[in-house]
Write a protein that binds this ligand. Structure first.
Ligand code: AP5
Length: 186
């Protein structure tokens, strides 16, 4: 699941993982769990995340590598917020290849900047997320997405797995669009 901050990756991944019996792996959730638990790693990443910057590739790649062998009883994975750089995409592809797996689809949620900002501002009222609280950080996250993460779309195009999904509308409407695309290959 791919898309800018606030595009609905987390919201949609949870229900898709249930419907398709997949393991939902969100690097953002994993990092926030480290923060909440006050681990050494969490403390090191706190400032980076609060500023809306990306944490180092090796940190998230190691997190995913630790989880990737825990699919027992599951049909596959839904990666949410990962990969976020071309380096992460290549690392993911290699990790999957070594296990005779592959990236089946890269679903890119397309949402206008105005809607993204609006969703994150609304969430700031309840989420307690430092990166939602400051409009300047929200803008920086969108900018970081454009400069560092959007190039991964080209990687997906080259691999023939990339699909744009209209991410505007109700959660249910977007869920149906995603399911329509997923159902084409299963
Ligand atoms: P991460 O947790 O991945 O945050 P993000 O990409 O900024 O995404 P969000 O969680 O803000 O949005 P989302 O697309 O999941 O949308 P959601 O469903 O929540 O990453 C946080 C930070 O961790 C990064 O900035 C970075 O520092 C670090 N990090 C994480 N992964 C990394 C990686 N791989 N490499 C390096 N650093 C990494 O929806 C947003 C809101 O909108 C919610 O309130 C939701 O209820 C609402 N909403 C959803 N859909 C709709 C709809 N259709 N209509 C109205 N509201 C909606």
């Amino acid at each position: 699941m791919f898309g800018p901050p606030g595009s609905g990756k987390g919201t949609q991944s949870v229900t898709l993982a249930e419907k398709y019996n997949c393991l939902h792996l969100s690097t953002g959730d994993m990092l926030r769990a480290e923060l909440a638990a006050g681990t050494e790693l969490g403390k090191r990443m706190e400032k980076i995340m609060a500023a809306g910057e990306l944490v180092p590739d090796d940190v998230v790649i190691a997190m995913i590598a630790n989880k990737i062998d825990s699919t027992r009883g599951k049909a596959g994975f839904i990666f949410d917020g990962f990969p976020r750089t071309v380096e992460q995409a290549v690392a993911l592809q290699n990790m999957l290849k070594e296990r005779n797996m592959k990236i089946d689809q890269m679903l890119v949620l397309e949402v206008s900047d105005v809607e993204l900002t609006d969703r994150m501002k609304k969430r700031a009222l309840i989420s307690g997320r430092a990166d939602d609280a400051d409009p300047a950080v929200i803008n920086n996250r969108i900018e970081v997405y454009r400069s560092k993460t959007a190039p991964v779309i080209e990687f997906g195009r080259k691999e023939g797995v990339h699909h744009n999904i209209n991410g505007m509308g109700t959660v249910e409407e977007i869920f149906r669009r995603l399911c329509d695309q997923i159902d084409r290959i299963i």
